[in-house]
Design a protein around this ligand. Structure first.
Ligand code: BGC
Length: 433
């Protein structure tokens, strides 16, 4: 397994029904000053924190981000021209329900147009109903810690479904609850920045699970044929100690177990490869880089780019649940236009994924994170995850090399020798260049 390369012969053919595309999230491509995140970005505490760290606060305020709500039709047309057949995006609860129980009909109508536009451009919409932003009033009342939180979320979902429910087949109700929950309510680095007790934290996680279950029931009422999933963040966890590996895997699966009856498919967001070894009684994250290889490739975020991780996570989830899977996010921050690290990572990852599919996993689609350079949460605009570069001053969209590589893969229905030759330099191991 030299350099973590998957040694397989081309061509690698993907099923004709496979969904190909990219993902975004409402706050990241549009901003929302009225949301929990929007308020936190503008707070004096946040400003001070950034200034103390020598950073420019303006790089960390989402503003209108990529102006997606004004530009979605053109963005979908561009995605289609890049071969995409699906697009994952989210509905922002914060803008839909600015005051408790009062819904903004104009915003809901715009979401209806957005979904219709995706479909008209030949993109299967995959809709996320909660990608970490909610109304400021919900934040003020304690958000996911409160007893009534799942019901309040369900009220928003019920309203949103009136506008989009007849046009959407795939839903990923919650985005990464097992990331958002701990970072916001236990470790306290994201808003509301709370370091709660385990008991409170578990209540948050239970409420998120209940929110999913309620949304599932509402979606099925609206359209019994809709397929409901989650976008679940999972790392490929490894250890030389099989007990640790088993424990990490159990941790990964345990929250999923609580909603498994309400999952028609499991969406996976995969970024990390983590190696855990015993150190005293604690487990420690030894490395963020790629331990498969001596010459690790690292993203602009400092995250190890390990192409094999995705396939390993898919296999673990397939063996655990035997439910259809979808890659709902996968990517890395790489700013260059000629983004060789991203090209190499994409190419090699798809090889491993194809191999996993040969072993029988039922994978329905691959959605890259992200379609556009966007607002990367606490990192602001400093990290570029897009297949498409966005000029912050002019909003001009320019596809990176990886966008064309993915386009050619989609158009060919898989990885071919011709594509390998055309992108010879781009897909070579970055450390060999
Ligand atoms: C989130 C995205 C985020 C990406 C890169 C995922 O955890 O769902 O919103 O931009 O990771 O950090």
């Amino acid at each position: 397994m030299a350099r973590n390369i998957c040694e397989v012969e081309l061509p690698l053919v993907f099923p004709p029904t496979f969904l190909w595309g990219a993902a975004t999230a409402a706050h990241q491509v549009q901003g929302s000053p009225e949301s929990n995140w929007g308020q936190w970005e503008r707070s004096p505490e946040r400003k001070k924190e950034l200034q103390d760290a020598g950073k420019d606060p303006n790089d960390y305020i989402s503003g209108n981000a990529c102006e997606f709500e004004q530009r979605f039709s053109k963005d979908f047309a561009l995605a289609r021209s890049l071969g995409h057949s699906a697009n994952r995006f989210s509905i922002n609860w914060a803008t839909v329900e600015p005051h408790p129980g009062e819904f903004d009909r104009a915003i809901l109508a715009r979401y209806r147009r957005l979904v219709r536009s995706a479909r008209r451009h030949g993109l299967t919409p995959i809709v996320t109903l909660y990608h970490w932003t909610h109304p400021a009033w919900f934040e003020a009342m304690g958000s996911w810690k409160c007893d009534g939180a799942p019901l309040l979320f369900a009220r928003f979902v019920e309203e949103a479904l009136k506008y989009i429910g007849d046009m959407v087949h795939y839903y990923t109700v919650l985005n990464e609850p097992t990331v958002y929950g701990p970072l916001s309510f236990l470790i306290g680095c994201w808003p509301p920045k709370e370091k709660n007790s385990q008991e409170v934290f578990l209540k948050v996680m239970d409420n998120l699970a209940e929110a999913h279950r309620r949304a599932y029931a509402l979606i099925k009422q609206c359209n019994p044929h809709a397929e409901v999933g989650i976008a679940h963040a999972v790392a490929w966890e490894e250890s030389s100690d099989p007990n640790i590996k088993a424990e990490k895997l159990r941790n990964n699966l345990s929250w999923t177990d609580t909603i498994i009856a309400q999952l028609d498919f499991i969406g996976l967001n995969v970024y990390f490869h983590e190696v855990h070894e015993p150190e005293g009684s604690a487990y420690t994250r030894l490395s963020w880089t790629d331990p498969c290889s001596a010459d690790a490739v690292v993203s602009d975020f400092g995250w190890g780019m390990c192409p094999r991780s995705l396939a390993e996570v898919l296999k673990e989830f397939w063996h655990a649940y035997k439910k259809p899977l979808m890659v709902t996010e996968h990517g890395h921050a790489v700013a260059e236009m000629d983004d060789r690290r991203r090209c190499w990572f994409l190419w090699e990852s798809l090889k491993w994924v194809h191999q996993a599919m040969q072993e029988g996993i039922d994978l329905r689609g691959y959605l890259h994170w992200s379609l556009l350079d966007n607002f990367e949460w606490a990192e602001g605009f400093t990290k570029k995850f897009g297949l498409i570069h966005v000029d912050r001053a002019t909003q001009k969209r320019t596809p990176r090399t990886s966008a064309y590589l993915l386009r050619d893969i989609i158009k060919a229905g898989g990885l071919t020798q011709e594509i390998a030759e055309k992108y010879r330099t781009a897909i070579r191991h970055p450390n060999e260049l």
